[in-house]
Design a protein around this ligand. Sequence first.
Ligand SMILES: Nc1ncnc2c1ncn2[C@@H]1O[C@H](COP(=O)(O)OP(=O)(O)OP(=O)(O)O)[C@@H](O)[C@H]1O
Ligand SMILES: [Mg+2]
Length: 441
Amino acid sequence: MTHAAPVHVWLADSPAPVLAGEFTHDSAGPVGRFRYDASYLAARHPPLAPDLPLRSRPFAVAGGHGIFPLFMDAGPDAWGRHLLARRLERDVSEVEALMLCPTDGVGNIAMGEIMPERQRVLSVDEFLTILSGLEAGGQAQTDQEEQVLDAAQYGTSLGGTKPKLTVSRDGVHYLAKFPQQGDSRWLPHIECAMLKLAEACGIGTCKDPEVWHLSAGRAVLLLRRFDRTTTPAGVLRKGYVSAHALLRLDLATPAPAETLHYGTVGFTSQGLRKSYVSLAEGMARWCGGQAAHRGERRELWRRIVFNALIRNLDDHSKNHGLLCEDMVQQRWRLAPAFDLVPATALPQNPALSMGYRYVPGTRRGRQPLPPRLVTTVDAGDLVAAAADHYGYAPEEAQEALHAIAAIIADQWRKMMSAEGVPGEEIRRFETTFGFAEALAT
Ligand SMILES: Nc1ncnc2c1ncn2[C@@H]1O[C@H](COP(=O)(O)OP(=O)(O)OP(=O)(O)O)[C@@H](O)[C@H]1O
Ligand SMILES: [Mg+2]
């Protein structure tokens, strides 16, 4: 099956999107192609991303779903796909999902025709009115009512990703994250506390996170959208690329031998590809200059340390990304940190989702050593990695690690308590934060 869809982009200074080009997709292959529109090139608009420089020849992408990784970020997650499939009463392919989903995806790109119904954003008041109507026994009939119902019922029909909605309040766009079935009811409070704790550690985070209280003791995490800015002219958008897309992970299929290999030496080229080490390197082309790249690598290391110390072990490649601060200059910076959740059930050797230190193998000497990719949380490895990959001097990294541990040890309880987390819930995290407390002393 083939599809052709316009690709629109919101340029930095306008609330209305412009046509950037056309995406064609052939599911046999699958292979995708993108070609800038002649009008976009003639207007001398900026490129969409460093890997899509301006030119009239098409770009082709093969592997994975045959879709440009940058475009995938504009699409719905599993929960959004489920809403779409239910509305259409059939399964939707990845390409169709991109062409039909609401245009509230992260970043500044939308694929497919931009119909008014794709652009609708619920206001907080509309949300509450729909919710109280449903609670009074009303039936969900419209799409919006279904969405509210699903979100407020903890996304009963879908495991995996949490229900999320973009809602507007006083014209400002927020991401509302609802706990999913099985989550602690304190999750929004805890996540909110962790964002504030990260900020106290000097990490760039979503500003002013809030816990939004609904009826019946239900709470939602409300985050101002970092890729939207409200101006008198309307809402502006910034480009976004997830680490997953930047590293083109969807396009690479690991060979079966890789998995076997991992069992023996703990290293695979796929693991390295999907690592903080590769992200630190790969950001170079997006940052626009060595000095900026070093700044972002250092910030990335602080986030690695923070994740390691709060035991956020779900720090996967879609939980990091870059925001476009200047399309013309193609200057991208790490987006504010998000999805910071401490684990309570800790494995024996807690490990991050992505490798943060790479030690090449050696063939010399009597005992050749295989390469190593470190994911297990270890203070020595964190400091060594800082110097190897993230632009720190070793002593400086040692100090920074200690300083972050000290702030976490001092403030984690206070921050949780300030969000209203009760004492017995806070105590469930004592082992989690024990590592930071031990490092701090
Ligand atoms: N403040 C924000 N502004 C704009 N987009 C955001 C913001 N926070 C998160 N996002 C985007 O929304 C996506 C989902 O957010 P988040 O990772 O917090 O949810 P999640 O459901 O907990 O994810 P996971 O599937 O990792 O558990 C992120 O991958 C990111 O692209
Ligand atoms: Mg996430």
